[in-house]
Design a binder for this molecule. Structure first.
Ligand SMILES: [Zn+2]
Length: 149
């Protein structure tokens, strides 16, 4: 039995348009090669099963069948690239300033997105890469620059 060392809490930052980013804690689970392959294979089989079902739909099967076949491969590749899986995200919503658990809504363009259950805003998540404890200096709001009147 392996130990549970793989899981860990990481610092994360939540961004939303028009508000200052806020800090959050992300619990991630690293995916080993086997887990990544299983996830890729799972989505591939799901899409190919949909392709098989589509064979029986008249007319639409002309584009549905090849569509699902290609989609399966594309999604499998995208999923296979995920090195880790977000288990939980806890932090302050940059919009409504409520501290809560966030639900992952998906990935888009290499970015991770969550939905705030409080204000229904879509937040972009940045998870710190390294597992080390060194917190980079967060650029705070520029204070007292150009206060001359
Ligand atoms: Zn919110």
């Amino acid at each position: 039995m392996h130990s549970m060392n793989g899981r860990g809490a990481r610092g994360a930052t939540l961004h939303v348009f028009g508000a200052a980013p806020s800090h959050a804690t992300a619990e991630v689970e690293p995916l080993n090669l086997g887990g990544r392959l299983a996830r890729s294979l799972g989505i591939l089989l799901a899409c190919w099963a949909a392709a098989i079902v589509s064979i029986f739909i008249p007319v639409a099967h002309f584009f549905l069948v090849p569509g699902f076949l290609v989609l399966g491969v594309v999604l499998a590749v995208v999923r296979g690239r995920d090195r880790e899986r977000l288990l939980r995200l806890h932090g302050l919503c940059p919009r409504c300033r409520r501290e809560q658990e966030f639900v992952q809504s998906g990935r888009q363009g290499g970015e991770l997105w969550v939905n705030c259950p409080g204000c229904f805003n879509r937040l972009s998540v940045t998870i710190e890469r390294s597992a080390s404890r060194t917190t980079p200096t967060v650029p705070g709001p520029l204070t007292s620059i150009g206060t001359r009147r």
